[in-house]
Design a protein around this ligand. Structure first.
Ligand code: XBP
Ligand code: MG
Length: 255
């Protein structure tokens, strides 16, 4: 059994549990600022998470809920312009929340990154999120910078998750093939993308994704766990392991 050469992490929901109290709140702040009578409740936002990407989520909401848009929005070009402006405002609010330290890392993330880095296992990101949002999260929640040598973000590829594109881009930038790597995801949409790219995938669920379909995942756990805070295994074999570490990822990779 050999170690994976790289670990490819999803960002939102995986590195940090940031959808409910991060992205969702920032969307609502942007709606207020733009004087829209829209409000995404915690429950409703969960149903919108099947749409990857903030701009795509706004568009889907307008089209499927008949949400009121400003009077000046008539043509498709104006709609795109409106969504881009609204998403820009949301990004600013989101980055503000990150800077306030309101979004902590999930259990086990820093431990696993530290172990991987010390062992020479390369680290990459494959996210649906816009590049500035992914960078802001990494810079705010991880100490000492430069953890990830590759960041592949939603706006860099033609199709967002569940398409495999962003994982394929991460592999291309790493110069590796899927069989060399393991992906860490939190959502059904993200897991489908990683598996479609040919990656062995470990899923760490959160409040929004627990109970989702993770067909093809090698392992599904409640979080990465810590020595003093073991994970709960929802699917897959972990032997004696009590948290996700390189020894367990070696098994996943070879499985
Ligand atoms: C999750 C997403 C994102 C965020 C919003 O991305 O679907 O759309 O909810 O981010 P992932 P943006 O789990 O793949 O990191 O507003 O930046 O699009
Ligand atoms: Mg995610």
């Amino acid at each position: 059994m050999i170690l994976p050469k790289a670990l490819i992490f999803d960002v939102d929901g995986t590195l940090a549990d940031n959808e409910r109290d991060g992205h969702r709140v920032a969307f609502n702040q942007a709606f207020d600022e733009m004087e829209l009578d829209w409000c995404w409740s915690e429950n409703f936002y969960g149903s919108l998470l099947k749409i990857g990407g903030g701009k795509e989520r706004i568009r889907y909401y307008i089209e499927s809920n008949g949400a009121t848009v400003p009077n000046w929005v008539g043509s498709e070009e104006q709609l795109s312009q409106f969504i881009t402006g609204l998403h820009r405002a949301k990004t600013a609010f989101y980055c503000e929340r990150l800077a306030q330290g309101l979004i902590p890392l999930r259990p086990g993330v820093l431990r696993l990154l530290t172990e991987a880095r010390a062992a020479g296992v390369r680290l990459a990101i494959a996210t649906t999120s816009a590049l500035p949002n992914a960078m802001a999260l990494v810079e705010q929640v991880l100490p000492d910078g430069d953890w990830f040598e590759v960041i592949a973000a939603g706006d860099m590829v033609p199709a967002k998750k569940p398409a495999p594109d962003v994982y394929c881009l991460a592999l291309e930038k790493l110069g590796l093939v899927a069989a060399d790597c393991v992906a860490i995801e939190d959502s059904p949409v993200g897991t489908r993308a990683a598996i479609a790219a040919g990656l062995k995938t470990v899923v760490t669920v959160n409040g929004y994704t627990a109970g989702g379909e993770f067909d093809g995942a090698s392992l599904v756990v409640n979080d990465l766990g810590e020595p003093e805070l073991p994970f709960t295994v929802l699917a897959g074999e972990v032997g004696e392991s009590r948290y996700v570490d390189l020894a367990l990822l070696r098994q996943v990779h070879s499985g």
